[in-house]
Design a protein around this ligand. Structure first.
Ligand code: NI
Length: 380
């Protein structure tokens, strides 16, 4: 297919998805559309029994290993404010993170690779993953067997602050591990005027919030980067009563595995120690979510060379403290995740988020050539 014809087709697919966004794990129509677009090209869809999401595969004309490309397909519960002619027609749903762009770029890649089966020494599996925004989708497709027999996985996120034709590459950690915590402090309630007969959980909370910040400044190396944010505090009902308990919630973002393991232990020590020093009880509850997007050094060279081979610009990728459930695949097999320049007007999740659609063809070409190169490397 001619590049221009393909580009036009991809733009129309992307606008279709953009007009009818579906939020996480509810991507029923999106799933149908992806299937229809792939079937039109005679690309095989694997039957993994997924209710949402699609896994497809192109088998090369030559035997070899299987690699996977992953695109997330879900939208966000945001009211669109772009005024584009193809704005969301669904109330309180918008492709404000550009997953419509990811989905359609991988369709473009599939179309291109389907025409180049003769050059393929192995197979390319396409994982159109639901539910990225709530970090459930990767686990969902993994459970269905999406990664069976796959040796390596590649993916991307659009990057609004990079121009079209520029790809951000970084070996090692690219996106943060995301963990959530809850702290329960149990003191003794009482009269606000007679605090000596109570154990005030609010005063304890105050001490605790400051002390938690000392983990980043005093317990981690200067080369580790982490964020500990207390984002919710609940205690008390009125002005003249000391409550008997307080609950704090928040999140930890970290890029290094060792620091990620260390932080909950340090937090536990501070929570229990400070609470007990006041005669109260402190309990830390930990809810781990996605780990770090961790790019495998074995692919750094081909990830860069592919871009240069196609005449694109390669820059050092800036790390993001956001999380990405692509990390779950990388826990199992080596993978690489890149930033794709889209020359956007706003940051991710903004109601006016837009992308430059020229990036569709760049991304399609990039992942098609990367697949050929990755298979070549794995065949060596
Ligand atoms: Ni996103």
């Amino acid at each position: 297919m001619q590049t221009e014809t393909l580009h036009k087709q991809l733009i129309s697919y992307r606008r279709d998805l953009h007009m009818y966004p579906e939020i996480s794990m509810k991507e029923y129509e999106t799933t149908k559309k992806i299937k229809a677009w792939l079937e039109k090209e005679n690309i095989e869809i694997l039957d993994l029994g997924l209710e949402v999401g699609v896994v497809a595969e192109i088998k090369g004309n030559h035997p070899g290993p299987t690699i996977a490309l992953r695109a997330d397909i879900d939208a966000l519960p945001i009211e669109e404010k772009t005024d584009l002619p193809f704005s969301s027609k669904i109330k309180n749903a918008m492709h404000a993170c550009g997953h419509d762009f990811h989905t359609v770029s991988m369709i473009g890649t599939a179309i291109l690779l389907n025409e180049r089966k003769d050059e393929l020494h192995g197979n390319v599996r396409f994982i159109f993953q639901p539910g990225e925004e709530i970090a459930l989708g990767a686990k969902y497709v993994l459970k269905a067997g999406a990664l069976e027999n796959v040796e390596a996985i590649f993916g991307m996120h659009n990057k609004p602050d990079l121009p079209v034709g520029t790809i951000g590459v970084r070996e090692g950690s690219l996106m943060a591990a995301v963990d959530r915590f809850k702290i329960e402090i149990t003191g003794v309630g009482g009269h606000a005027g007679i605090p000596n007969n109570a154990i005030d959980p609010i005063v304890i909370s105050g001490q605790l919030i400051s002390a938690l910040q000392s983990i980043v400044s005093r317990n981690l190396s200067a080369f580790d980067n982490a964020v500990i944010s207390v984002t919710k505090i609940e205690a008390g009902n009125t002005w003249n009563v000391i409550p008997d308990s307080a609950v704090l919630e928040g999140t930890v973002r970290v890029f290094q595995k060792e620091a990620r393991e260390k932080i909950p232990q340090l937090m536990k020590r501070i929570v229990e120690g400070i609470a007990s020093s006041f005669g109260a009880k402190g309990v830390l509850k930990w809810y781990p979510s996605v780990s770090t997007v961790d790019n495998s050094p074995i692919f750094t060279d081909i990830v860069k060379e592919t871009g240069l081979q196609l005449g694109y610009e390669i820059v050092e990728a800036e790390q993001s403290p956001a999380g990405e459930d692509f990390a779950y695949y990388q826990e199992l097999i080596p993978g690489y995740f890149v930033w794709m320049g889209v020359d956007g007007t706003h940051e991710w999740h903004h109601p006016s988020f837009t992308i430059n659609e020229d990036a569709l063809i760049v991304a399609s070409n990039y992942f098609a050539t990367l697949s050929l190169n990755a298979l070549k490397q794995l065949n060596k």
